[in-house]
Ligand binder design. Structure first.
Ligand SMILES: Cc1cc2nc3c(=O)[nH]c(=O)nc-3n(C[C@H](O)[C@H](O)[C@H](O)COP(=O)(O)O)c2cc1C
Length: 219
């Protein structure tokens, strides 16, 4: 993602947000190491409670380990997450122990800050991939303990997510900037040609009091 305060960066982030979708069909070609690094850099810059940065990314590209990860991601019935086997890159997002201030804050406020942090970092990763014309899908369903053993993740560390990464297969939704730019308004991120099943804004936003209809322009 471009770091700039000018109008250009607004267009860039808008298009990445509008164009990111979960990609569930991948081309076999490998992803350049520079592109993976760029996604990792985007994740590295994510905000986190007390700047704890409680994450570690294990990048898997070798076919044997990917196959095993794909197997460990299959849901009963073998349909959900079958596409994981197609992805040329699978990234395991591991939760590291947060710093003490984040731990204390999370305990006092009863909020799992580390999970929030990891979600943000994962989305940074995915948005950067979108900007590079790559597809991603976050995977929450997998056999965590077996993944931990497979990847040599230390005991006691949670593996929160897998992220598949690769060039979308022909016909799969490959999102690049132009669609969002066509949409024009930064408020309606409807730039994709894929239907987005989302709650309407009126259902997720209120003005001043919970449940009071959101109206743009209210002070
Ligand atoms: C925490 C999390 C876990 C997810 N786990 C899975 C998963 O196991 N398998 C899958 O196919 N998609 C998974 N997804 C993708 C969601 O299904 C997807 O983001 C959602 O349906 C919205 O679609 P979109 O990403 O194309 O906008 C997950 C997404 C998140 C954020």
């Amino acid at each position: 993602m471009t770091r700039s305060t000018g109008d250009q960066s607004a267009i860039t982030i808008n298009s990445a947000i509008a164009n990111r979708v979960s990609t569930r069909s991948y081309d076999v070609q490998p992803v350049a190491a520079e592109a993976i690094t760029s996604c990792l850099e985007a994740a590295r810059l994510a905000p986190s409670a007390c700047n704890a940065q409680p994450w570690h990314f294990v990048v898997v590209t070798d076919p044997e380990t990917r196959d095993e990860l794909a197997r460990l991601s299959l849901a009963p019935g073998g349909v959900m997450n079958r596409f994981v086997a197609e992805a040329p890159v699978i990234v395991a997002v591991v939760a590291e122990r947060p710093n003490i201030t984040s731990q204390i804050g999370a305990a006092l406020k009863n909020k799992p800050f580390y999970l929030i942090d990891i979600g943000i970092a994962a989305e940074h990763f995915c948005l950067q991939a979108t900007e590079l014309g790559l597809g991603t899908c976050m995977i929450g369903w997998f056999a965590e303990r077996k993944v931990r053993r497979l990847l040599g993740i230390p005991r006691g560390r949670r593996t929160v997510l897998l992220i598949t990464l690769g060039r979308p297969a022909d016909g799969a939704t490959s999102r690049t900037a132009p669609a969002a730019e066509k949409s024009g308004s930064p408020h309606t991120l409807s730039g994709t040609d894929t239907p987005r099943r989302r709650k309407p804004l009126a259902a997720i936003a209120s003005s001043r009091r919970y449940g009071q209809a959101w109206a743009e322009g209210l002070r």
